[in-house]
Write a protein that binds this ligand. Structure first.
Ligand code: THU
Length: 130
């Protein structure tokens, strides 16, 4: 699974986002240490804080399937078209839990290119229990 394929999966699952309150749809696709791909989309709720992020869904699917590390995660978000969606603080922490120094967070750039970041770039000095 190369970066472009992972991004395509994120864009595809974004179509299934339940984002009726914000109108902002997000899809996330990750590849785990077993080489398996897991996807998730944001699922909003009439009680706003009960909504969940796309990354949260993808990570939950990975854990349920037995994956333990994120090799790469791609995120695609936006209202009408795909724009850069940098993971929220909570999702950075969730990614960090299953990341290592090699993990890549792939974000789509405005220029339709993509860039990948290490989790330490997105969440420096993160809280971890050893
Ligand atoms: N959202 C995500 O799914 N992932 C992020 O990293 C940022 C925000 C969702 C939450 C909410 O449903 C919508 O985007 C607008 O904030």
């Amino acid at each position: 699974m190369n970066d472009e394929e992972l991004i395509n999966q994120a864009v595809e699952v974004r179509e299934r986002a339940y984002s009726r309150y914000s109108g902002y749809s997000v899809g996330a696709a990750l590849v785990d240490d077993q080489g398996d791909v897991h996807t998730g989309c944001n699922v909003e709720n009439a009680s706003f804080p009960q909504g969940s992020c796309a990354e949260t869904g993808a990570i939950a699917a990975m854990v349920a399937a037995g994956g333990t590390r994120i090799v790469a995660i791609a995120v695609a978000g936006g209202s009408d078209r795909i724009t850069t969606c940098t993971p929220c603080g909570g999702c950075r922490q969730r990614i960090s839990e299953f990341a290592d120094g090699e993990t890549r967070v792939i974000l789509i750039a405005e220029d339709d290119e993509w860039h990948s970041y290490g989790i330490d770039e997105l969440l420096p000095h993160s809280f971890k229990l050893v």
